[in-house]
Design a protein around this ligand. Sequence first.
Ligand code: ADP
Length: 497
Amino acid sequence: IAAATAAEEPIVPSVAVNYTRLLINGQFVDAASGKTFPTYDPRTGEVIAHVAEGDIEDVNRAVYAARKAFDEGPWPKMTAYERSRIMLRFADLLEKHNDEIATLETWDNGKPYEQAAKIEVPMVVRLFRYYAGWADKIHGLVVPADGQHHVQILHEPIGVAGQIIPWNFPLLMFAWKVGPALACGNTVVIKTAEQTPLTAIYAAKLLHEAGLPEGVLNVVSGFGPTAGAALANHMDVDKLAFTGSTDTGKIVLELAARSNLKPVTLELGGKSPFIICEDADIDQAVELAHFALFFNQGQCCCAGSRTYVHERVYDEFVEKAKARAVKRLVGDPFKGGIEQGPQVDLEQFEKILKYIRSGIESGATLETGGERFGTKGFYIQPTVFSNVTEEMLIAKDEIFGPVQSILKFKDLDEVIHRANATRYGLAAGVFTQNIDTANMLTRALRAGTVWINCFDIFDAAIPFGGYKMSGIGREKGIYSLSNYLQVKAVVTPLKNP
Ligand code: ADP
């Protein structure tokens, strides 16, 4: 009841929204059209600010600036050490402004402030320090040739990187994309999600304060089919990185192919299995399965959204999973101790409620939740379905909300088959005390990440990405560097003495 009251009387954030324009060539500018769009507070549905609405012309300007900064500007020609220093200074500035930027993130997205301030912004700081460390450690090879040739392999920046990011982790997605691109000496045009434009512009401003030369990083706020498509389609963008839904991933891949065949990395949707074996520590498994699904209001591409439980521990698990969901603290994300804030916007809110209705209609057992939470904003009750089977829509589609689906299984061969019977392959969780079971499952599961007795571990050095329709390529770690580098072979004859 206390949480419900909090949701109805939103805490007023103490931070001013200062940056709402596009950032092109080191300058804050209005959209060429003069248009703006509102960004909303998901706690109330009220407008936070009006943000410049970038479109084709703005993308063209941003790409032009990035092209110039790459071809003529200092960035790729600077020493790697200087680039690294700028990234490190940015990390320090971000750390200094941690609470302010976390406030904007929560306000724009709805995620608990404690999560933004204590986990996500610090992760972004850590990630920039990680990639700053790489900047001066990128080097080529000298390879043996069959003939009398000296063969060098140069690793060069790829050029202008176009990047399109989603709204579920606005600042973190900015970091996963911009960090490696800058470390490798590229210039960037990034299109933020229309639901959550505020923090990336702020971060880009801090990067300039840290010494980033003009034109190296350009931020365009705006919509997907206009600004996003213009970027994917641009003839002067050398590489495209996209995170979002699988359907949109297909569109941008096609645009990239039809325009200039720019290489594309995609981080897309998922329907990740979370497998609880009969020998698992049930209390720990309940807690982690809960976290795996409900974290970030269920708005994670790698959410453990198919909870498979062995039949011997199934009843106990369902009862405890339900009790845990009932206890989940929902309310104003600015309030201390809150575990779950509102969904990002009305569209997501309605989509999730539709999936919940579909779960009920298809015969799954609604253990708890199932409705909106409170009377205002986009809050949804933590929802648990048991007796879910694969043919139900809630077991197939990505719901992207606080809806846990529990399925029963009998043996390992069966659960491997069922876990893999999806077009996605982003992540999987395995819960067991048996090392042989763990080894067998990790090798059999077709997913880009397998977490054993843990979930959602996102260190900067761990690669992340999907099998199958969950994506192409990997982000983070050393794997992200190759997305932003060209390989040039240089062959020189060796004169015989
Ligand atoms: P969601 O449905 O979760 O919002 P999307 O894949 O639609 O996921 O959005 C992810 C990002 O892709 C956002 O920045 C969005 O603006 C952008 N986007 C959406 N449609 C297109 C499109 N047709 N072309 C390029 N980018 C797009």
